[in-house]
Design a protein around this ligand. Structure first.
Ligand code: NAD
Ligand code: TYD
Length: 351
């Protein structure tokens, strides 16, 4: 089986590729196509590259380049596409939405067109689109997003993801392309770029830098350990119904301020210092424009149909994550210093 993974050098994509090679039942090949933006770090996959030279391949491709995408489909002939590639940070979408439109919308369109053209009427294939619960908008104090919740995106990021979701669904209804789609809550774990709240807070704590809390810190997110997300995606592509959307969540709602307090305690424990020293770094800053108040996912459909549920307990997952960042300073440094960019130039751009 040939699996085309897009955005495999990013946070969830890299975890997914690690996850798949850990499965004994997986004997296929993976081609990872990634533009290697600031968020794509090939160092996250260096072990896989060394261990599976006959089964793991990488090509630096921009999915907003239609010809480049078509060429990949023609040469690699994928049986499955797992589409992670995206511009993924809300704050960046506020500062500059253009790349979000190019990559998230046009890029998804190019992949769908290539799949349609190469696969024709095949129904033993699948195109899985990885999306977010942010397409559903913002919740009040109560209630949960279900698969039927009307879309109400409020940031350029979530609007671009909503647009790509609609395109993916339209290719199922109009052209019969075998698709599946998942809308997942906030992920945490290894290899996440330290602009997202958890790695940002942990790395700032290590440097004793301020911990910037947006607004009143009472916004709520539902947290899921990234490996559970990877497992859910694999269950969906192997056993899920074609044309269906599945919500994925962690059943772990948390106010931002509570989350940051827990992170302070975990880092303090690892460093053998008082958590108050770290909590003193908390600094309330101006709120994010259009900041969604609460996300919460009802994932009873995937549980009912596929028997999936989160397996990693929130506190255990957070502890593992903190320990990973503490023991992978080299990975953090490579990102901070831009050293990985030099590495990319040396190892990929010359090829
Ligand atoms: P990320 O920003 O860490 O990684 C994105 C990857 O896509 C990077 O490797 C980047 O180089 C690549 N990329 C960007 N533009 C590209 C282009 N034009 N062509 C090819 N590659 C390109 O993102 P992530 O957190 O791993 O998210 C992966 C997917 O999961 C995204 O589609 C995101 O919307 C979705 N998602 C993320 C979360 C989360 O909590 N992080 C939750 C739900 C859904
Ligand atoms: P983030 O990790 O950017 O994910 P998303 O906005 O996609 O949910 O942010 C998670 C929450 O943390 C969100 O409510 C914004 C908040 N936040 C801060 O308070 N401070 C920060 O420095 C960042 C990056 C986020």
């Amino acid at each position: 089986m040939n699996i085309l993974v897009t955005g495999g050098s990013g946070f969830i994509g890299a975890n997914f590729i690690h996850y798949l090679f850990k499965q004994e039942s997986f004997t296929g090949n993976i081609l990872n196509i990634d533009k290697l933006t600031y968020a794509g770090n090939p160092l996250s996959l260096i072990d896989i590259e060394e261990k599976y030279p006959q089964r793991y391949f990488f090509e630096k491709v921009d999915i907003s380049d239609a010809d480049g995408v078509m060429d990949v489909f023609q040469r690699f002939a994928p049986d499955m596409v797992i589409h992670f590639a995206a511009e993924s940070h809300v704050d960046r979408s506020i500062l500059g939405p253009k790349d979000f439109i190019h990559t998230n919308i046009n890029g998804t369109f190019n992949l769908l067109e290539a799949a349609r053209s190469i696969w024709q009427d095949r129904n033993d294939v699948v195109f899985h689109h990885v999306s977010t619960d942010e397409v559903y908008g913002s919740l009040g104090e109560t209630g949960y997003f279900v698969e039927e919740t009307p879309y109400d995106p409020r940031s350029p990021y979530s609007a671009s993801k909503a647009s790509s979701d609609h395109l993916v669904k339209s290719y199922f209804h109009t052209f019969g392309l075998p698709i599946t789609l998942s809308n997942c809550s906030n992920n945490y774990g290894p290899y996440q770029f330290p602009e997202k709240v958890i790695p940002l807070m942990v790395t700032n704590m290590l440097d004793r830098k301020p911990l910037p809390v947006y607004g009143d810190g009472m916004n709520v997110r539902d947290w899921l350990y990234v490996e559970d997300h990877c497992n859910a995606i694999w269950e969906i592509v192997t056993r899920g119904r074609r044309g269906e959307t599945y919500n994925i969540g962690g059943n772990s709602e948390m106010k931002n301020l509570d989350l940051i307090h827990i992170l302070c305690e975990l880092v303090a424990e690892e460093q053998g210092i008082s958590s108050e020293t770290l909590k003193d770094l908390i600094t309330f800053v101006k709120d994010r424009p259009g900041h969604d108040r609460r996300y919460a996912i009802d994932c009873s459909k995937i549980k009912r149909e596929l028997g999936w549920q989160p397996s990693v307990d929130f506190r255990e997952g957070m502890k593992r994550t903190v320990q990973w960042y503490l023991s992978n300073q080299e990975w953090i440094e490579s990102i901070r210093t831009g050293e990985y960019i030099n590495w990319i130039q040396k190892n990929y751009e010359e090829r």
